[in-house]
Design a protein around this ligand. Sequence first.
Ligand code: FAD
Length: 184
Amino acid sequence: MAAPEKQNTNGPTDTSSPLKHRPDAAECRIRTCFDSATWMKKFGKTKSTDNSSKPTSGSSNVIEQSGSSSHNDCPLDKDELGRNTWGFLHTMAAYYPDNPSKNEQEDMKKMMHIFSKFYPCEYCAEDFQQSIKRDEPDTRNQYSFSQWMCRMHNEVNVKLGKAKFDCSRVNERWRDGWNDGSCD
Ligand SMILES: Cc1cc2nc3c(=O)[nH]c(=O)nc-3n(C[C@H](O)[C@H](O)[C@H](O)COP(=O)(O)OP(=O)(O)OC[C@H]3O[C@@H](n4cnc5c(N)ncnc54)[C@H](O)[C@@H]3O)c2cc1C
């Protein structure tokens, strides 16, 4: 589901997802369910003049942008979290063994199932759980696992109206660098 507006009707006593134990279970009210602009519109605070509890901003964590400044050390929004997480997941798949042991194959499957329960954007996590039920993690080797990850990501891309990534190029993107040498 692409829109963050979905209401969770299961209530706080539902134990099917670890995320639902949180007090915000009735409606997702955490940053990782929204892009920054939507988050600020819905829940943003008016800037306080009292900065006494904040770290001083003479640090490199403040980015100057055309007259205004913004921090690069704020909590992640949905899209930042998504980009960083896909980077981790594809890179993990890129360096997964070519000949994994049975234990490694099982461990990676378990990891993906556990990941899908704890991913901190509730509706993203719920959809991802459905996806990996339909198409179980293929952990037989590096090629099959990277292709599986690419399919999972493409499901989200399609849901969000984005173009599908060409999965035949997934190792160029995440392991070897593009064939034209632009990453060398
Ligand atoms: C498990 C998971 C579920 C998510 N579910 C949702 C959701 O339900 N709703 C929502 O709004 N957002 C969701 N997101 C976030 C969303 O997928 C994007 O990360 C976010 O919208 C930022 O998109 P982006 O255009 O910056 O690039 P991203 O989609 O984050 O992609 C980053 C880079 O990965 C590469 N790439 C793109 N597609 C593929 C692929 N198929 N295989 C390999 N590499 C690829 C491209 O080079 C791209 O620049 C989810 C994220 C994750 C990790």
